[in-house]
Write a protein that binds this ligand. Structure first.
Ligand SMILES: [Cu+2]
Length: 429
């Protein structure tokens, strides 16, 4: 304090011609100046030994020193005088420091000023020292940062279907400050004390957790405390059980259980733990391939479909197989008859004779039909025949056809089959 008082108590020397003893208009406000600007002078009366060229608007401490330590060994007196009249310069700082090595301050003087943006001109007011002149440019200090940092947190880790973290979670806190910049980031876990955040915070204790966080910038603005809440659950026991897998063969089966024309293989797999990942099948010893839809098999013959499934934990079931046979469709059932027809003369009359032999294994009802009449014979036994000779009541006929139908029950189905047999033209007498 004594030093400051001494500095302010500037000597009012003989320099009345230089415009006053009105010394520094040092604002003796209590606040400390944030910048110090130093001028020095030595034995040279043509220029200051050193002088600042730029400064920032606002409070400043100006020091002017000329003594042996700055090279003034001659006892020469200099001034640091701010120009308050020349056009084109700021005139709002009235500094007029007169200093010599042997004054009461030892040639070192200090004053407080408040600079505003613009250019100040200064000079030494001692006659003959007019070469000691210069300018200092003051720029705006810029807006003051009053905005706290933006801060956010994210939680990462393996989540289950409920959004809970399995086994552990990590909390990452991010902060930005576009003005003075982020100074500190802090977090507090579950009501604990705030501590410096340096890296993502691992949380592996099972239960619900709250992480609070905040950040401060270099101007001293601290964000509001924010928080993120999440739950850590115990990891599931490891899945060591392969899927359960089965195959179903579908299609039209014949009496032997073979598939007529084609079969379709449908594979199903379930896994109650990690879940089914892949299902594969291989047909007749071929390579395994992905199963995506029921597999049609229409090649006649015996077939083997191999199949297996793998769960998401990597457990693969044993290969299982489904065997089946595809056969061609049997011919449609029929009532087999051997049919013959012939024309012949009986005297001068023409007769058409029709014979149908039952070639089947079961009795058949046989209907013999010609243009000259029709006859039905029921229950013609296997190997037996139905016969009718139809009197045409004519002595000559043209060629024609007899129609025979046989009806029998085959495997419980009523089956009717028709046959035709031609007879020749004939003339009798
Ligand atoms: Cu001078």
């Amino acid at each position: 304090m004594a030093l400051v008082i001494a500095a302010v108590a500037l000597p009012t020397v003989w320099l009345s011609g230089v415009g006053a003893a009105a010394q520094d208009q040092s604002q003796q406000v209590g606040q400390a100046a944030e910048q110090t600007l130093v001028w020095t002078a030595d034995n040279d009366y043509t220029q200051y030994k050193s002088a600042p060229t730029t400064a920032t608007a606002g409070p400043a401490t100006i020091i002017f020193e000329t003594n042996a330590s700055t090279g003034n060994t001659s006892g020469m007196t200099h001034t640091l005088t701010f120009d308050v009249s020349s056009p084109g310069y700021n005139h709002d700082v009235n500094v007029n420091i007169v200093a010599s090595p042997f004054d009461t301050s030892g040639g070192r003087h200090e004053v407080q000023v408040n600079l505003t943006p613009g250019t100040y001109r200064y000079y030494c007011a001692i006659p003959g020292h007019s070469g000691m002149v210069g300018e200092i440019v003051v720029t705006s200090a810029g807006p003051t940062d009053t905005t706290p940092p933006q801060v956010s947190a994210s939680v990462s880790g393996e989540e289950n279907a409920d959004g809970d973290y399995v086994g552990s979670a990590a909390v990452t806190v991010s902060a930005t400050d576009t003005e003075s910049g982020v100074d500190t980031v802090e977090y507090a876990l579950d009501g604990g004390a705030f501590q410096a955040y340096t890296a993502p915070v691992p949380v592996n204790q099972v239960g619900e957790h709250t992480v609070r966080y905040r950040a401060a910038d270099k101007a001293g603005n601290t964000s509001e405390v924010q928080s993120v809440t999440f739950t850590v659950v115990a990891p599931q026991p490891k899945d060591t059980t392969p899927p359960t897998v089965s195959a179903a063969v579908s299609g039209t089966k014949d009496a032997d259980g073979d598939y007529v024309d084609s079969a379709t293989v449908t594979i199903s797999a379930t896994d109650t733990e990690s879940g089914v990942d892949t299902v594969e099948y291989a047909l007749d010893g071929g390579a395994f391939q992905a199963y995506t839809a029921p597999v049609p098999v229409n090649q006649v013959g015996e077939h083997t479909v191999s199949y297996r499934a793998t769960d998401k934990a990597g457990n693969t079931s044993d290969v299982a197989t489904a065997d089946f046979t595809v056969v061609v469709a049997p011919p449609p059932a029929e009532t087999p008859l051997t049919v013959t027809a012939s024309s012949r003369c009986v005297g001068t009359s023409v007769y058409v004779a029709v014979t149908a032999v039952n070639d089947g294994d079961v009795p058949a009802t046989v209907t013999l039909t010609t243009p000259y009449g029709s006859r039905t014979v029921a229950d013609v036994a296997p190997g037996k025949q139905a016969y009718q000779s139809f009197n045409t009541r004519a002595n000559q006929i043209g060629a024609g056809k007899a129609t025979v139908t046989g009806t029998s029950f085959i495997d419980g189905e009523k089956v009717t089959t028709s046959y035709e047999s031609g007879y020749n033209a004939i003339s009798c007498g």
